[in-house]
Design a protein around this ligand. Sequence first.
Ligand SMILES: Nc1ncnc2c1ncn2[C@@H]1O[C@H](COP(=O)(O)OP(=O)(O)OP(=O)(O)O)[C@@H](O)[C@H]1O
Ligand SMILES: [Mg+2]
Length: 158
Amino acid sequence: MTVTSPEQMRDLGRRLAKLLRPGDLVLLTGELGAGKTTLTRGLGEGLGVRGAVTSPTFVIARVHPSLSDGPPLVHVDAYRLGGGLEEMEDLDLDVSLPDSVIAVEWGEGKVEGLSEDRLHVVIERTAGTDAQDCDVRGVAVTGVGPRWADEDLASLAG
Ligand SMILES: Nc1ncnc2c1ncn2[C@@H]1O[C@H](COP(=O)(O)OP(=O)(O)OP(=O)(O)O)[C@@H](O)[C@H]1O
Ligand SMILES: [Mg+2]
């Protein structure tokens, strides 16, 4: 689908949040400044969690507790993490996942071992000469595993 502003990206995150439940793992892929954190901010708003989702300076994983009785959002920015599951293991994501929604930026090759069920969100600046300045993003949301087999992800385009 096509997203033409940061506000629309947050809206997409809010809609996506309605599909999420404890145990869900969301992997966000896209280059620097693609909009991964912007979408995750929408996830946080949609889930109704405490604190605004931001780009962490030092913190790699931040837990946003629910303001009601929903699951917390664990926002992970794995950009500074080296490869391999060892450093990831220190975050105890496997412990928090069953009761949380976990959204991971830069997690490819690092967090797949956490769950056979994953939602992949791939954000791309659409090609063009002004791609760096352009606000238009292509977003593809793909479910992996039985959890997502029957979810209607096409409705997200709404
Ligand atoms: N359609 C769009 N969707 C999302 N962000 C957009 C869009 N158009 C412009 N932007 C801008 O692009 C930037 C996206 O920043 P954001 O922190 O969300 O990216 P990121 O993918 O998390 O980057 P990083 O890899 O550094 O963590 C913001 O400044 C936002 O305002
Ligand atoms: Mg980010």
